[in-house]
Design a protein around this ligand. Structure first.
Ligand SMILES: NC(=O)c1ccc[n+]([C@@H]2O[C@H](COP(=O)([O-])OP(=O)(O)OC[C@H]3O[C@@H](n4cnc5c(N)ncnc54)[C@H](OP(=O)(O)O)[C@@H]3O)[C@@H](O)[C@H]2O)c1
Length: 207
């Protein structure tokens, strides 16, 4: 089982945290508002602890469950406290009309995180293509990207502990396209699917 720290105490930290506790993982919550971290830790139960914002996370895997604009600044603020950690960015940097990305360049929040994280940290993108309500009620595929094989194996094991299917899409530069998949998911919710109770997945066709 894995040791996980969530930086952020919002909806995604609660949802993935609930699955993590049920999967037997060790969970810690850190938030800029210490009271919110403590309340969520208590809500999750199962020995979940609340750490102090900016301190060395207890978890080997650190999930930044923050609104996208806060992710790079938070990683910068943590600085060397994240040395050796696997940092998992789950954010969707949507533009104001939810039909494009907030950054116009071919980058991603995860790639920008890698520029400011300690050299010994491994950065990954995961979970961003799945609506929270689907994580709560379904068994969606979890796409992830990253450059470090060991970190990818650890995160895949964590995802399997949630009883979800991890799917490796390649190196960290693929995080940009995972963010694009987030945009596609929003487009489907507003158009062809018309609701939020679905997730993108992979159908393997056997001829
Ligand atoms: N909800 C979904 O269905 C979904 C699905 C896939 C991916 N995501 C991504 O997951 C991330 C979290 O989403 P969420 O639904 O959990 O959002 P949320 O419920 O609004 O929670 C956001 C968390 O981020 C913190 N935060 C926001 N700005 C911050 C900053 N500048 N510095 C430090 N902390 C900051 C908030 O702290 P305060 O309470 O103090 O404001 C809160 O703990 C987002 O990037 C989103 O794109 C969400």
């Amino acid at each position: 089982m894995s040791s996980i720290t969530f930086i952020g105490a919002g909806n995604m930290a609660r949802t993935i945290g609930t699955l993590a506790v049920a999967g037997g993982n060790t969970v810690e919550i850190m938030a800029r508002d210490q009271v919110k971290a403590e309340v969520l830790a208590k809500t999750l139960g199962g020995g979940t602890t609340a750490g102090k914002w900016g301190a060395v996370p207890a978890g080997d895997i650190v999930i930044t469950a923050l609104l996208y604009a806060g992710v790079v600044p938070a990683v910068e603020q943590y600085g060397d406290a994240l040395a050796g950690k696997t940092i998992v960015d789950i954010s969707n940097p949507f533009n104001a009309t939810f039909d494009g990305l907030a950054h116009s360049e071919e980058t991603s929040i995860a790639q920008e995180v890698a520029k400011v994280a300690p050299a010994s940290a491994s950065v990954m993108k995961a979970f961003n293509t799945i609506f929270r309500n689907v994580l709560e009620n379904g068994r969606p595929n979890v796409f992830f990207a990253g450059d470090n094989a060991r970190a990818k194996a650890d995160v895949a094991e964590f995802i399997e502990s949630l009883r979800l299917r991890p799917l490796d899409v390649g190196g960290l530069k693929m995080a940009h396209w995972l963010e694009g998949m987030g945009v596609v998911t929003m487009g489907l919710a507003g158009n062809g699917v018309g609701h939020w109770d679905f997730a993108l997945g992979v159908d393997e066709i056997n001829s």
